[in-house]
Design a protein. Structure first.
Length: 140
């Protein structure tokens, strides 16, 4: 696939002289791990490409697939999180409250808040991007 800007092919990006394509991760090349009872593909940090530690915070992002009938058990951690739903539906439990998340929804999970997700569908994956960050670049 050729990427074009008008009629001119992109040359070097201004960031470190790398080409645009070297700054794109293709989903078909994704490698997933099994963690939290779901499939995870860590997007950021991106080893040897993107460092996510900043003076005020460190962040990361993960592509998450929760298969039909599976549940991410209740847990908590010292990072804040933002879930951006790509497809499917799941029940989010945060403390003692529950809600259903679906395509396009965004959920914020505070630090140390017990939370879980359940995909109650018999046939459809629940897919979301999990963006997380810590407090001041340090875990508490």
């Amino acid at each position: 696939m050729q990427h074009q800007a008008g009629n001119t092919q992109f040359g070097k990006c201004s960031e470190g002289g790398k080409t645009l394509e070297s700054n794109v991760r293709r989903h078909q090349n994704a490698k997933f791990t099994d963690e939290y009872n779901c499939k995870l593909h860590r997007l950021f940090p991106w080893p040897n490409r993107v460092e996510t530690k900043r003076p005020l915070t460190e962040y990361g992002a993960t592509w998450v697939v929760l298969e039909p009938g599976r549940k991410i058990p209740e847990h908590d951690h010292d990072e804040e999180e933002c879930f951006v739903v790509v497809s499917g539906e799941a029940t989010l439990t945060l403390g003692s409250e529950k809600t259903t998340l679906g395509h396009g929804d965004v959920a914020y999970i505070p630090r140390h808040a017990p939370h879980s997700l359940s995909n109650n569908s018999p046939s459809v994956d629940f897919v979301f991007v999990d963006i997380y960050w810590d407090m001041g670049g340090k875990s508490a």
